[in-house]
Design a protein around this ligand. Sequence first.
Ligand SMILES: N[C@@H](CCC(=O)N[C@@H](CS)C(=O)NCC(=O)O)C(=O)O
Length: 234
Amino acid sequence: MLLIVQQARDAWPYAPDRSSGTDTVMILIGQYDSPFVRRVGIALTLYGLPYAHRPWSTFSDADKIRPYNPLTRVPTLVLDDGEVLIESHVMLDYLDSLVSADRRMFPTTEPARHQALKIAALATGLGDKAVSLFYERLLHETVSDLWVERCRKQIRGAMAALEADRSTRSETYWFGGDRIGHADIAVAAVLRFLGEAHPELVSLADFPALSAHAERMEALPVFQAISQPFIPPA
Ligand SMILES: N[C@@H](CCC(=O)N[C@@H](CS)C(=O)NCC(=O)O)C(=O)O
């Protein structure tokens, strides 16, 4: 049994980088069914940065989150010096500063950098609309058809734009090479959320390049480890 555990550890390619010599670790607040929390958890893991995870819900655990983030939103990232970051993109920007330039998961040179930022922004914007649509249906007694239709159009529009871009590229990762990037992660995490929170909204069969991309990413060990089925807020 011990041998099996040891072998599993050896096979895990994302060993924590403890070179900073400190025992204090960052704390990632939020559940992995949020694509925003998940993209940060995946980046922390791929970078080998040690962190503690507090899977607090924005609704039932709001009182626990508030002292760290008055917006009571997730992800919330508490740094090892006690500073708190909000917004997943800001967190990734900070994490990128902790690793050498050749390991950063946003390209560091143009035009690749702004192209990758745009793909990630399309994905997270789509995620924003999917979250907004979910709250509209969950929290309003009378659901606004106007808002629902607007969100649907925005989601489908972003999906079409992402599909058009991905279908021109044949490599495993969006921007080629042998390394996953933040854009790859954002797209796959958001597609998983969309499929689970709004199963009726889009058929992935209509977006073959995107669904192949998501399938490849979800098969990676890090995506399987940093993962949680969608639980609607209660
Ligand atoms: N733009 C934010 C979006 C984060 C977000 O929408 N988080 C949701 C959970 S998936 C949340 O905190 N919802 C509670 C609320 O907004 O009140 C980011 O990238 O971090």
